[in-house]
Design a protein around this ligand. Structure first.
Ligand SMILES: Nc1ncnc2c1ncn2[C@@H]1O[C@H](COP(=O)(O)OP(=O)(O)OP(=O)(O)O)[C@@H](O)[C@H]1O
Ligand SMILES: [Mg+2]
Length: 290
């Protein structure tokens, strides 16, 4: 497998992706013309790496994520997973993709079915993708919950019966149950208050250390991206305008848009990282331990 600029093995690679939302009927001219949401985007994600994807609202981050997880098909461009054409993982079903790549979304209440328990929804993933034996499902679900520091009693709760932070962790558990290699996290902590954000971020960083997970971390929160990412990519109006190691981009942004985006937030202290430049740092918040 090839390596990216950080010397890590590339697990996910996108080249020149383009995507336009087709026009629907609308009184507004711009909608009649469709919306070119992703424009010539190329990026790589390395093994065990967190790539932060920054950009203001509407710049195309979630659309890019939808392309990278196969929910939407690019109009042009190519994607490779573990050096194989991406489409190999979609045929004859998405099972192969689900085993290596999972998504954690911002809206966990929307992502869970309100009529089914958390346990049912975790084990359903195993059933849909034919992973393991039915007799193991419960144990595997408990193990996934344990990995995100939730008790097995959560299995019998409905999504509205747990807190936002617990639900976000349950969403991560559901994503982990297939033992994926890659997580696409789209604003995974934006809906949470600051101390719970810290818990969930530390959890993701711990899981990355333990499992060598590769994470695409999408956020409009510049400080959070700086804390968790080894490298960052900055998007503006559908294009990636800058990529580079986090500290390099933050200390000397090459693109004027990046400089403006980074200047828009108060300067925060970045915690030095005793594990070395290649390891993502921990976030400290109130009750930061999971
Ligand atoms: N289903 C859709 N149909 C038409 N246009 C869409 C659709 N979904 C998103 N768009 C448009 O595509 C552009 C990119 O949207 P996207 O959701 O990818 O942005 P984003 O960077 O994730 O924003 P945010 O930070 O607010 O989540 C926006 O202009 C949006 O209005
Ligand atoms: Mg979005």
């Amino acid at each position: 497998m090839s390596s990216n600029t950080t010397g890590r093995t590339t697990v996910l690679e996108a080249s020149e992706l383009d995507f336009t939302y087709r026009a629907g009927f609308s009184l507004f001219a711009s909608r009649r013309e469709g919306h070119h949401a992703v424009r010539g985007v190329s990026l790589t994600l390395g093994q065990g790496e967190t790539l932060g994807l920054l950009g203001e609202s509407g710049c195309g981050k979630s659309t890019l994520s939808a392309l990278l997880c196969g929910d939407r098909r690019p109009d042009s461009g190519a994607m490779r997973l573990f050096s194989e054409p991406f489409d190999n993982f979609l045929k004859p079903s998405r099972r192969r993709l689900a085993r290596v790549l999972q998504v954690v979304a911002q809206d966990t209440l929307g992502a869970f079915d309100p009529r089914q328990t958390i346990g049912r929804q975790i084990t359903e993933v195993l059933a849909i993708h034919s992973i393991g034996q039915r007799s193991e499902y419960r144990d595997r679900a408990i193990e996934a919950l344990r990995a995100v520091a939730l008790p097995s009693s959560m299995l019998d709760r409905y999504p509205h019966q747990i807190s936002g932070g617990q639900r976000q962790r349950a969403a991560i558990a559901r994503a982990l149950v297939t033992e994926p290699k890659i997580l696409l996290c789209d604003e995974p902590v934006s809906a949470l208050d600051v101390s719970v954000q810290a818990q969930v971020l530390n959890l993701l960083l711990d899981l990355q250390q333990q499992r060598g997970l590769s994470i695409l971390f999408i956020s409009h929160d510049v400080r959070v991206v700086r804390h968790v990412s080894h490298r960052v990519a900055v998007m503006q109006m559908g294009r990636v305008v800058e990529t580079g190691p986090t500290e390099q981009v933050f200390s000397s942004p090459a693109n004027p848009y990046t400089a403006k985006l980074l200047a828009a937030v108060p300067k925060g202290r970045r915690r030095s990282n005793p594990a070395g430049a290649n390891a993502a740092p921990r976030i400290l918040g109130e009750n930061a331990a999971c």
